[in-house]
Ligand binder design. Structure first.
Ligand code: SF4
Ligand code: SF4
Length: 463
């Protein structure tokens, strides 16, 4: 059968069988591996399969490979590692699958197996993974310090000088390629814009919620965090925002480091008094998808398992929460007349939240929401995919930009910092005649509308 072609390829590459060898895929509940019935319904929704039309680049092909390893028919190999990192982890296959295959669990276990077995070992790869996953994203204060240094480099004129003199040519090829995509650091980070405890101006708060400020969101889009706090305040929420917060661990879980992901989950649980909160709010689709599954991550940790289950029940995406509490419709326009909406993969496929962001946008007076063709097709950001797979990422971005142009909207809204960065990079290098000039987020447009009601600027609505 066609779906075995990819498997066969890997059997040839892999060589000898490894029956009985212990891998992380062996340790999965076997029923998860058995769910796939090979129907192929997921194939047209998988961006990598659509690009190559090769079975091994499809969800069905990848699951066959995972199962071959779990069954001991194949041992982990470099080609298997490459395949697992060619997968975007976009989870479009989960939405399409009639059998309810838990692809995210298979995907995370497979990448963890790739790292455990060192089949992609290389000094450069090891160094970058160590620097980012082990060092920077485990230490929020250090990450902020790097953000401050980058901001100084960008604002002091040094960056312009380096570019003007062509000194970027001296950098290693990888850094040279990434340099134009480096995000602009925000003038202020979240802790400088949001107080640890803010309450609505009028009346007793109806809800007490925590706001998760994220990592990239904190350094690059801190204004979105301020907007989120303002929207929550305008809807009767007291907002608790610890000034220093750990990474949620999604980057680690999706990149084969479950132990670090577990450690970060424990730190989150230690930071918040979960019982006292009505909700824990995230405004980043990629983080939210992971944050809602701490109980799975910590199920065998007797100290944390119960708290993790309570945590999961309280984590809400901002749009989900706003619709749940019946958010107040603003009476003033937001200053943008037309917008289209790009769905973050982990918001729509990971959390199944599709209607709520559109409801938020539709509630804003005089804002025309134009539906985006293929709105739930990955933009190519996919965590660090644009760094690890630049060619495929560029193709997906191109496809997304073409669709955005078809809407004729001058602005595109999204709700994940990775998508926001990718789209902003794309529209800064527009096709001829590109009309979309702004990337924003639904919650920012809602905050703008609330502020317009009161003629207020930042910071707004807090005591
Ligand atoms: S996660 Fe995305 S890229 Fe990976 S198999 Fe599923 S649909 Fe394809
Ligand atoms: S749709 Fe689901 S069951 Fe069908 S091939 Fe894809 S993963 Fe397997």
């Amino acid at each position: 059968m066609a779906y075995f072609h990819g498997h066969q390829f890997f059997m040839e590459v892999s060589g000898t069988k490894a029956r009985g060898a212990e891998t992380l895929l062996h340790q999965l509940d076997y029923s998860v591996l058995q769910q796939c019935m090979h129907c192929g319904m997921c194939l047209p929704t998988c961006p990598t399969y659509v690009e190559t039309k090769m079975e091994r680049n499809s969800p069905r092909g990848r699951i066959a490979l995972m199962r071959a390893i779990a069954d001991g028919e194949m041992k982990p190999h470099k080609a298997f590692g490459d395949e697992m990192y060619y997968c975007l982890g976009c989870l479009a296959c989960m939405t399409a699958c009639p059998a309810g295959v838990n692809y995210v669990e298979l995907f995370e276990a497979s990448r963890a197996e790739v790292e455990r077995s060192h089949v992609l070992r290389g000094s450069k790869r090891t160094f970058w993974r160590w620097l980012t996953l082990d060092v920077l994203f485990m230490r929020p204060r250090l990450l902020r310090l790097v953000g401050v240094l980058m901001r100084w480099y960008q604002r002091s004129g040094l960056e312009s000088l380096v570019r003007k003199l062509g000194l970027t040519r001296l950098a290693p090829a990888d850094l040279r390629r990434l340099e134009p995509q480096s995000p602009r650091m925000a003038d202020k980070f979240s802790h400088q814009l949001i107080s640890p405890d803010e309450a609505p101006r009028d009346g007793k708060p109806k809800y007490r919620v925590a706001l998760l400020t994220g990592c990239v969101q904190d350094l690059v889009f801190s204004h979105v965090n301020r907007d989120t706090a303002d929207v929550l305040l305008a809807n009767g929420c007291e907002v608790i925002t610890p000034p220093v917060q750990p990474c949620c661990g999604s980057l680690h879980a999706h990149n084969g480091e479950p132990n670090m992901a577990r450690e970060l989950a424990r730190r989150q649980l230690d930071l918040f008094d979960v019982e006292s909160l009505d909700a824990i709010i995230t405004n980043a689709g990629g983080c939210g998808s992971h944050l809602k599954h701490y109980s799975h991550l910590l199920h065998d940790d007797s100290r944390y398992a119960k708290r993790a289950a309570l945590w999961d029940s309280k984590v809400k995406d901002i749009h989900e929460w706003l619709v749940q509490i019946g958010f107040r419709k603003p009476t003033a326009p937001c200053g943008v007349s037309e917008v289209t909406y790009h769905e973050s993969c982990h918001l729509c496929h990971g959390q199944r939240i599709t209607a709520q962001p559109r409801q938020v946008l539709s509630a804003i007076p005089d804002l025309k929401v134009k539906e985006l063709p293929e709105s739930n097709w990955c933009c190519g950001s996919a965590g660090i995919y644009n760094i690890t797979q630049p060619e495929q990422s560029a193709k997906l971005l191109e496809r997304k930009l073409c669709n955005i142009e078809k809407t004729g909207a001058p602005a595109v809204a999204t709700s994940n910092p990775g998508c926001h960065l990718q789209l902003a990079f794309g529209i800064a290098h527009p096709h001829q005649g590109g009309v979309c000039r702004e990337v924003t987020q639904p919650v920012s447009l809602l905050a703008q509308a609330y502020r317009a009601e009161q003629g207020m600027g930042l910071p707004a609505l807090a005591k």
